[in-house]
Design a protein around this ligand. Structure first.
Ligand SMILES: N[C@@H](CCC(=O)N[C@@H](CS)C(=O)NCC(=O)O)C(=O)O
Length: 208
């Protein structure tokens, strides 16, 4: 059975848990990462040299990087409704996923890790302000995109692109000290995602 190493409250582990539930894929999970078993031991680093969660083992094949893992799972299990074979559709999905993994994640380091959790080194004043500004701009862009082409990120149906973004949107609405402009299409997107049991289990589940 698929084995997921990583705490269930991790932003990136939650992407894998949500994807497994969408596909209907059974898994076992072991708690690793902050507050649980350490990820800097030789045993863990042997599995994932960057010492992060999630780390996923599929029949002896060891994987790291949440987005690469969820693409692998969809491809392996032919979840083409989430990750189609059509290269142009797939590229649109991956573009949103890469945007979240790079640009949006940087903003959230300032806005969330620094600004909300007060975690060093991200709690530097200018870094927090920059993160909040950038994230607000990104949510505005998301809002405009959803108005033009919603209700989902790519086309009219839920795809793999919505999993990383669903976690971002959940975190956006959890930010306490940010003056959040009202973005109606982002709010509608949050509501439509909330109809999904797997999102309620792993995304909008009370955790930021
Ligand atoms: N790019 C990696 C980032 C993984 C990452 O940042 N994981 C965090 C948790 S969300 C982590 O391992 N933090 C250290 C810890 O929990 O001990 C991915 O997408 O999988």
């Amino acid at each position: 059975m698929l084995k997921i190493l990583g705490r269930a409250n991790s932003f990136n582990v939650r992407k894998v848990l949500w994807t497994c539930d969408e596909i209907g894929l059974p898994f076992e999970r072991e708690d690793y990462g902050r507050g649980f078993r350490p990820t800097n031991t030789p045993e863990f680093l042997n599995l994932n040299p960057v010492g992060q969660v999630p780390c996923v083992i599929d029949d002896g094949f060891v994987m790291r990087e949440s987005h690469a893992i969820i693409r692998y799972l969809c491809s392996k299990h032919r979840a083409t409704q989430l990750f189609p074979d059509d290269l142009e559709e797939r590229q649109k999905i991956e573009a949103w996923m890469d945007w979240v993994a790079y640009d949006v994640t940087h903003s959230m380091r300032g806005a969330f890790l620094g600004g909300q959790l007060k975690e060093p080194p991200w709690n530097n004043e200018w870094f927090v302000a920059q993160g909040r500004k950038d994230l607000t701009g990104q949510m505005k862009l998301l809002d405009e995109h959803l108005v033009a082409s919603g209700p989902y990120l790519v086309g009219k149906a839920f795809t793999l692109a919505d999993i990383p973004m669903g976690l971002v949107v959940n975190r956006w609405f959890s930010l306490a000290e940010v003056k959040r402009p009202i973005y109606p299409a982002v709010a509608a997107y949050y509501a439509v995602l909330t109809e999904r049991p797997a999102y309620r289990a792993h995304g909008r589940n009370g955790l930021p």
